[in-house]
Design a protein around this ligand. Structure first.
Ligand code: ATP
Length: 313
């Protein structure tokens, strides 16, 4: 496996009796990335993260993490911060005391660092208040602080925005971005809401019924979501000829001045240049996107339908 990657899985699989929860998944994670793992409820995200965290054993396959086989990760466990399901907080204790319990369990004693962590996740004003009085957003941020006690290089965050109100979501997003940028921590974050992940992730893996069905960068995602190009011109018939001469057939004249082009939508620059060469004035050119959620639902639906077809064969 390549050294360029902080984490690589090779056909990692988890079966519960005959049920395959994670099915031969291969993901490659580079240092510094924020990897968005997207999938519906039950797709296998938590199971995959649990295997990467060393909390569940793969039935088949393997993975390499920090250059070591996943089967021998005991020595690198402290380099991985894990927030899966709920953070396991002591409700009657303050944030500081919760962090102290974790630090002691790890054999660490650095009170200044624990106070720094509280500041870092924005919980200073909570003071000595017991954690049971915290909002869900505050609890999640404390959960992140707990993952940071051991100074990890990799964070595995399972649905950290689930159930948060809009303000809580913004705070969590800002914190995750800060961790990646300022602390240089590599992050895998799972969610069933692509729209939300898209605000922070640099790369994505789509998981459906246990299988990784697509992987793409943020830029590729935006390109995939471009649905059509809208051109506006005073000379629509001449513009149509230019398109035809370029071999573009899949377009539609919406009104006397507006054309929608559905093919080669990423060739926007070339199309406009060709119009200019033929003295067709273009007063507006715009790409119209489908929502990220529409794109994600489309690829997962197609995969599920494809699989039903396969099974019938
Ligand atoms: P969610 O957001 O609902 O947690 P997920 O994508 O994280 O979804 P997983 O929790 O990984 O999905 O579950 C994947 C599938 O494996 C589900 O169908 C789940 O019921 C099943 N599963 C998970 N853990 C076990 C277990 N210990 N025993 C049997 N089946 C399990």
């Amino acid at each position: 496996m390549s050294e360029e990657f902080l984490l690589q899985t090779k056909d990692i699989t988890k079966k519960y009796k005959n049920f395959v929860a994670v099915d031969h998944v291969n993901i490659n994670l580079k240092k510094g990335e924020i990897y968005g793992l997207i999938g519906r409820n039950g797709a296998g995200k938590t199971t995959l993260l649990k295997m990467l965290a060393g909390l569940a054993n793969p039935t088949e396959g393997d993975y390499t993490i920090f250059g070591m086989s996943g089967r021998k990760t005991a020595s690198v466990r402290d380099r991985i911060g894990v927030l899966i399901e709920n953070p396991g907080l002591f409700g009657n204790m303050s944030a500081y005391d919760n962090l102290k319990v974790k630090a002691l369990a790890l054999g660490l004693n650095d009170p200044d660092y624990l106070r720094e962590l509280i500041d870092y996740v924005g919980l200073t004003s909570a003071g000595k208040r017991p954690v049971k009085k915290y909002s869900l957003g505050m609890k999640q941020r404390l959960g992140i602080a707990l993952t940071l006690v051991s100074h990890p290089d990799l964070l595995l965050l399972d649905e950290p925005i689930n159930g948060l109100d809009p303000q809580g979501i913004i705070e969590m997003r800002e914190l995750i971005e800060k961790l990646a940028k300022e602390q240089n921590i590599t992050i895998i974050i799972s969610s069933h809401i692509l729209e939300e992940l898209s605000k922070i992730a640099t790369r994505y893996g789509v998981i459906n019924e246990g299988r990784l069905i697509a992987e793409f960068t943020h830029e590729e995602l935006l390109e995939k979501c471009i649905q059509l190009l809208e051109l506006r011109t005073d000379d629509i018939s001449k513009a149509n000829i230019v398109l035809e001469n370029m071999g573009i057939r899949d377009y539609q004249n919406i009104d006397k001045r507006t054309i929608h082009i559905f093919e080669r939508v990423n060739d926007c620059g070339k199309i406009v240049l060709e119009m200019a060469r033929n003295n067709v004035d273009i007063s507006l050119v715009e790409t119209k996107h489908r929502s990220l959620e529409e794109y994600y639902i489309d690829i997962t639906d197609r995969d599920s339908i494809g699989r039903t077809g396969e099974e019938k064969k």
